[in-house]
Design a protein around this ligand. Structure first.
Ligand SMILES: Cc1cc2nc3c(=O)[nH]c(=O)nc-3n(C[C@H](O)[C@H](O)[C@H](O)COP(=O)(O)OP(=O)(O)OC[C@H]3O[C@@H](n4cnc5c(N)ncnc54)[C@H](O)[C@@H]3O)c2cc1C
Ligand code: SF4
Length: 332
């Protein structure tokens, strides 16, 4: 690991000051929160920052606030463990608590933060290999496309076929979450769904629209009282692992005791370069319920899948997860 300067601002204004650099130096300055992803990248020489701006001393960003209308404001420094253990999150945003519980190991959850989780970099093993200068690292070729692609995207891929690794992102998109991006120039807010980008939409070396000098400070989740939700993740290794495929479903039934769906959200994880929001699959649920409906939603969820040589198994896996997730919340 190369030597670097460490800045430890104690206000947002100081942090913005540390990030105000001329364009030539911007790529060499990185934000660090829990360090669970960034330090690994540094050890593997994937990034070699000249300066780290440590966010951990910024006040007030390590809190989950429940507002009177039932919506949540989650600071970027809230740990994944704190999110998983929060009583209101467990009760009203069950899929989010379940997604948080499914992240890595207890040690990773206790150090990793919400901001870091949403901004973590891909796990594609060519990306993680310092000797593989693929497209995502500014090269000319996607090695996964014709190479080892068992873990890669079946939806939304090309020219890079990464899958987004964040479990929290999948659940938060299902809850219509919004993010605040703050910089010396002010704040901008956007739907989390729009924060993530596809490789075909812009800069293939990035996964989000976060601009140099910006910090993701908060995630806001609108109230979802009366909704039932779950997050189901399939992983290869029993102990802890990233999702081979995952589904976040949230539904509102027509009334107390009713099993007929009034509104629904369905988002896939582990299968696309960003959380794969499938409103058409969610629409298939409205006004009905039962196995036939769940199967139709599963079929719609994978519509347009483009398979690589080794990842066709993800199609039946997603269909099965969708049915299982819907069955579990319908019986809840
Ligand atoms: C072995 C292992 C297993 C894992 N398993 C899972 C898993 O199953 N599911 C899952 O979702 N994740 C998993 N992770 C990823 C882990 O959850 C994330 O690495 C962690 O949450 C990142 O949080 P952090 O605070 O440590 O981020 P850091 O490592 O500090 O930062 C990560 C990235 O985010 C940027 N960043 C941090 N905070 C902000 C902010 N507020 N605004 C803008 N940019 C920011 C940093 O610059 C850096 O690029 C795993 C990681 C490891 C090492
Ligand atoms: S999928 Fe993306 S990260 Fe992986 S080899 Fe292709 S370009 Fe690189």
């Amino acid at each position: 690991m190369k030597t670097f300067e460490l800045a430890r601002p104690s206000t947002l204004a100081q942090a913005f000051g540390e990030l105000e650099l001329d364009a030539a130096k911007r790529d060499r300055v990185k934000l660090i929160a829990g360090g669970q992803d960034l330090v690994t990248e540094m050890k593997e020489h994937l990034v070699e920052p000249s300066k780290l701006v440590d966010l951990k001393r910024l006040p007030g960003l390590d809190r989950i606030e429940v507002l009177p209308d039932g919506s949540l404001t989650i600071g970027c420094l809230v740990t994944v463990a704190a999110l998983a253990e929060h009583a209101e999150v467990q009760h009203f945003f069950t899929a989010l608590a379940e997604a948080a519980r499914s992240v890595g190991s207890a040690q990773i959850r206790s150090q990793g933060t919400v901001g870091g989780n949403l901004n973590q970099r891909p796990r594609c093993w060519y990306y993680r290999n310092e000797h593989a200068p693929c497209l995502k690292k500014g090269g000319t070729e996607c090695y996964s496309y014709a190479g080892l692609n068992k873990y890669n995207a079946i939806l939304g891929g090309g020219p890079s076929y990464i899958v987004h690794p964040s479990d929290l992102a999948t659940a938060l998109v299902a809850f219509d979450a919004e993010v605040t991006l703050a910089s010396a120039k002010g704040e901008r807010k956007m739907a989390l769904d729009k924060f993530f980008t596809l490789p075909s939409e812009g800069d293939v070396t990035r996964e989000t629209v976060l601009a140099p000098g910006e910090i993701l400070t908060h995630v806001r989740v609108p109230a979802k009282r009366g909704w039932t939700s779950t997050y189901l993740k399939f992983k290869e290794r029993g102990s802890y692992d990233f999702a081979l495929a995952a589904v976040a479903v949230a539904v509102r039934f027509e009334g107390a005791g009713s099993q007929t769906v009034k509104e629904a959200r369905l988002v896939l994880g582990g299968v696309a370069p960003k959380p794969w929001n499938v409103p058409k699959a969610a629409e298939a649920l409205v006004g009905r319920n039962g196995l036939e409906t769940w199967t139709a939603a599963g079929n719609r969820a994978v519509a347009g899948a483009e398979l690589l040589a080794h990842n066709a198994y993800k199609v039946p896996l997603v269909k099965g997860l969708v049915v299982k997730a819907l069955e579990s919340i319908s019986k809840a």
